[in-house]
Design a protein around this ligand. Structure first.
Ligand code: PMP
Length: 438
């Protein structure tokens, strides 16, 4: 078996050979690695080659792959049945744990929470709730932010949409797209202008808590609070998307980092979405928020949402075990690794004289081939992205698996130790030289 033969086989029966576009290596070239196993900081492909993994399943693998406690919890749950289509005690247990983790200095991020299976469902439901709560139709989103692949949220989206250079998606009716207004990130004047242009019609602002799907886009100081103030002044809701940042950049996500630093009363979103880590590697995500808004959901209220596998007992078990393992020590280790590795990347490029900017939001970071800071999607696109494939491929050949797109953040885990960081650092100079020659 080889990656090439597996890819040929997959392409004959699966569009592009992949079940999610970024996996196809379209922007970096070469053959995607077909993985057969993963443990700790490593993944292994069909050819038996091991790579230090900096994708972490795009976020869930906070503790490293196949953490023994998580695997044991899933095995134990599986032995009692895979899915019941009925409520199980673990669901309230997970809901309580998530609420407790996101209570900072006495302020709860949310009152109640519904479990779904993907981040896409979580944000889609949040938007429907916001519309149901306000009786308004328009949603404001930011260019370069990704909120999953529901119709209304794909315009100028990050992640694979950015990687493939698409403005949005075919198949989205113009009438639906017209209900999404895309604004530049970190630009409060643009938001004021949108509210002024559409009085009484904007249901919600949706924002990534910190942008991490066009590379890392750090919110300016006070930006999220200003979004909350503006939305509330205008009778709209704020939807904070913590699918990627939640339980990764800290125990209470990006909101928690801001809450720890806030003096005075903390701002709060009306709705918040989670995914990735909350399911510990199995399909689980969530939409949460203010009680009055959440209780608009069926069966209590008129906003419908449902799921055959929602709150699946295996996913709940994996999420609980992952969150229980995510203690202060795990976060401290991941933060330290991010500081070391991002500095090593900066240093390797600096000594080769090639301009890059490393953007960092907590333990999430990404690099951009330009010499100025990246605050918006336009900034992220204005870089020598064509240098990334050579950088990526050189590292891959050296046994380091980076995200196959310059528009994605690098994901570390608590299983990455100095050994892995040293090995990555040692592989950097050759990759930087390859990028410089590209
Ligand atoms: N929101 C954000 C911020 C994300 O990063 C993602 C996925 N990367 C999603 C939503 C969608 O989640 P899913 O892929 O589980 O549908």
């Amino acid at each position: 078996m080889s990656n090439e033969t597996e890819f040929a086989r997959a392409r004959a029966v699966i569009p592009g050979g992949v079940n999610s576009p970024v996996r196809a290596y379209r922007s970096v070239g070469g053959t995607p690695r077909f993985l057969v196993s993963a443990r700790g900081a490593y993944v292994t492909d069909v050819e038996g080659r091991e790579y230090i993994d900096l994708i972490g399943s795009w976020g869930p693998a906070l503790l490293g792959h196949a953490h023994p406690d998580v695997v044991a919890a899933v095995q134990d749950a599986a032995s009692r049945g895979l899915s019941f289509g009925a409520t199980t005690p673990g669901e309230a247990e997970l809901a309580e744990l998530l609420r407790e983790r996101t209570t900072v200095r006495g302020t709860r991020l949310f009152d109640s929470i519904r479990l779904v299976s993907t981040g896409t469902e979580a944000t889609m439901t949040a938007v429907r709730l916001a519309r149901g709560a306000t009786g308004r139709d328009i949603v404001l989103k930011f260019a370069g932010h990704y909120h999953g692949h529901s119709d209304g949220l794909l315009a100028e989206s990050g992640s694979g949409v950015a990687t493939l250079g698409l403005p949005g998606s075919a198949g989205v009716p113009a009438d639906v797209a017209a209900l999404t207004i895309v604004l530049p990130y970190n630009d409060l004047a643009a938001i004021e202008a949108a509210f002024a242009a559409h009085p009484g019609r904007i249901a919600a602002i949706i924002t990534e808590a910190a942008g991490a799907n066009a590379g890392v886009l750090v919110p300016d100081d006070g930006f999220n609070r200003a979004l909350s103030d503006l939305a509330h002044r205008e009778g709209a809701l704020l939807i904070l998307d913590e699918v990627l940042t939640g339980f990764r950049v800290g125990p209470a996500g990006w909101w928690g980092l801001e809450a720890e630093r806030a003096d005075g009363e903390m701002w709060k979103p009306d709705l918040v979405t989670f995914g990735k880590i909350v399911g510990g590697g199995l399909p689980l995500a969530a939409v949460a928020g203010r009680r009055d808004v959440m209780e608009l959901l069926a069966p209590l209220g008129p906003v419908y949402q449902a799921g055959t596998l929602s709150g699946n007992p295996l996913a709940v078990a994996a999420g609980l075990a992952t969150l229980r393992g995510a203690d202060a020590d795990a976060y401290a280790r991941i933060d330290r690794s991010a500081a070391i590795l991002s500095a090593a990347v900066e240093e390797a490029f600096a000594s080769a004289g090639l301009a890059v900017t490393v953007s960092r939001a907590g333990s999430l970071f990404s690099l951009a081939f330009r010499d100025r800071a990246v605050r918006t999607y336009d900034d992220a696109k204005d870089q020598d992205a064509w240098r990334y494939p050579a950088f990526f491929t050189t590292l891959l050949e050296a046994g380091v698996s980076l995200p196959p797109s310059v528009f994605e953040a690098w994901f570390l885990s608590a299983a990455h130790t100095d050994l892995e960081l040293d090995r990555i650092t040692a592989a950097l100079p050759a990759a930087v030289r390859a990028a410089a020659r590209a």
